[in-house]
Design a protein around this ligand. Structure first.
Ligand code: HEC
Ligand code: HEC
Length: 382
């Protein structure tokens, strides 16, 4: 991935750093100086994407499926979204795409604890894995956004991410014949490039991005006869009162869709530099509250937690087993008792070495077998 860290390192001071816009080499295609996608003649059948019956028929999951009737998925709409997602032209100096921070090889997360945008910009938090967004009603680590079509425009304008004025962006794309054609295909023959169309296309692409074909899903149909003995032990632990992992990382998506929780990373998150929900509300009682994110694709999305503090799943398991911190709002599920008010002393799982390894082995089975980078959700640029 291209990074501007080089330009940044050459600067004397962070705030004085305004590197000249980088002139990118011509990428390809017929003498134009911008990337041109290579797309199949017949678009991928994004609109035919369906979730497994188990999800569709599950009453709990039904509650959280975000029915987006404003942006019904069409094959042409999601195709445009795919092109936009991978196109660095969306950033002011044309170096950073959505995929710079949401990399398909890493479950659409970033292997770096924080990510780098244009002009040496650094993100405040770890880039999130993009997973089952059709089932994700609250967005960002602190759940501050609930409308995906609002969300997708935010990184484009954000000064530390793509720093691009939306008006200038629509003008830039309007001047490129392939975008006029893709917009016309997506929106009833209308080739005007608009911010609303751009958002709708990105939403359509993201809503079809699936994560429900892991070895765990195969196991559901096989009574887990596809698991090794170690994975089976890890699964039993995950769903047991010894760990209570499943009480927060719940449902087929291994998450809690709406409630934010403190999982005991710190005694004082605000003092450590990121208070989570408290940063938004200013309420000290919200210190350390973060979303219980999905564990789908977890083997691919290291590093872990909102600040990427853990490099490996083994470190995560060591933390839950032996390192939970006392906190006034520590979620009750991680207290010794496991019920009652939040803020009780943390539980001590004290897992054995073999149990820790088993839990890690189980977590790896949640990673999808779909090779995103080489799928309809991979980059269309040569
Ligand atoms: C410079 C890195 C960077 C770029 C570029 C970037 N993102 Fe993100 N993205 C992040 C970070 C960091 C977060 C988490 C921010 C937070 O919670 O405060 C995030 C969160 C998200 C989420 C929320 C996921 C969830 O489960 O809540 C979505 C969706 C998303 N980004 C989509 C996009 C799209 C679409 C683009 C391109 C238009 C994009 N991102 C560009 C870094 C980036
Ligand atoms: C009380 C609810 C709760 C319980 C119980 C719980 N978690 Fe979590 N988990 C969370 C929250 C909240 C986060 C995000 C915290 C943050 O980043 O500040 C999280 C984050 C994670 C992450 C990192 C996800 C990512 O994308 O970075 C992993 C892995 C994880 N938990 C695994 C587990 C395992 C394994 C167990 C059982 C040993 C467990 N969790 C038990 C609430 C919980």
């Amino acid at each position: 991935m291209k990074r501007l860290a080089v330009g940044f390192a050459a600067c004397a001071a962070f705030w004085a750093c305004k590197p000249e816009p980088v002139t990118e080499p011509v990428v390809c295609c017929g003498g134009v100086d911008y990337p041109v996608p290579v797309l199949p003649d017949t678009p991928f059948p994004y609109s035919a994407q369906v979730y497994p019956d188990l999800w569709l028929e599950n009453p709990a999951m039904n509650l959280f499926e975000v029915n987006d009737f404003e942006h019904p998925v069409t094959d042409a709409g999601a195709t445009l979204g795919r092109v936009l997602f991978y196109d660095p032209s969306l950033s002011v100096d044309q170096t950073i795409s959505c995929a710079s921070c949401h990399q398909p090889e890493h479950g659409f997360a970033d292997p770096s604890p924080v990510s780098f945008g244009v002009d040496g910009g650094v993100t405040h938090r770890n880039s999130m894995a993009l997973v089952n967004l059709a089932y994700t009603p609250r967005l960002f680590w602190d759940a501050r956004e609930s409308d995906l079509s609002e969300q997708v425009l935010q990184p484009i304008a954000h000064p530390d991410e793509m720093a691009m004025d939306l008006g200038a962006l629509t003008e830039r794309l309007q001047a490129r014949p392939h975008y006029r054609a893709l917009f016309a295909d997506a929106f009833d023959g209308d080739s005007s490039v608009t911010a609303a169309g751009l958002a709708s296309a990105l939403v359509q692409f993201l809503r079809t991005l699936p994560a429900h074909a892991s070895r765990y899903d195969a196991g559901l149909a096989l009574n887990f006869s596809n698991y090794t003995a170690e994975e089976a032990e890890g699964r039993a632990l995950f769903f047991s009162p010894r760990t209570r992992c499943n009480t927060c990382h719940a449902t087929f998506n291994f998450y809690t869709p709406t409630e934010l929780m403190v999982n005991g990373l710190s005694t004082d998150y605000s003092g450590e530099g990121d208070g989570g929900l408290a940063e938004l509300t200013g309420n000290p009682a919200d210190d350390g509250k973060f979303r219980v994110v999905s564990l789908r694709n977890i083997g691919a999305t290291a590093p872990y937690m909102h600040d990427g503090r853990f490099a490996t799943l083994r470190e995560v398991v060591d933390f839950y087993s032996d390192g939970l911190q006392a906190h006034p709002q520590l979620n009750h599920r991680l207290s010794e008792l496991g019920f009652g008010p939040d803020g009780q002393p943390p539980m001590q799982m004290a897992l054995t070495e073999a149990e820790k390894e088993a839990l890690v082995a189980f977590l790896h089975t949640l990673t999808d077998t779909l090779d995103y980078a080489h799928s309809a959700w991979g980059s269309p640029f040569p």
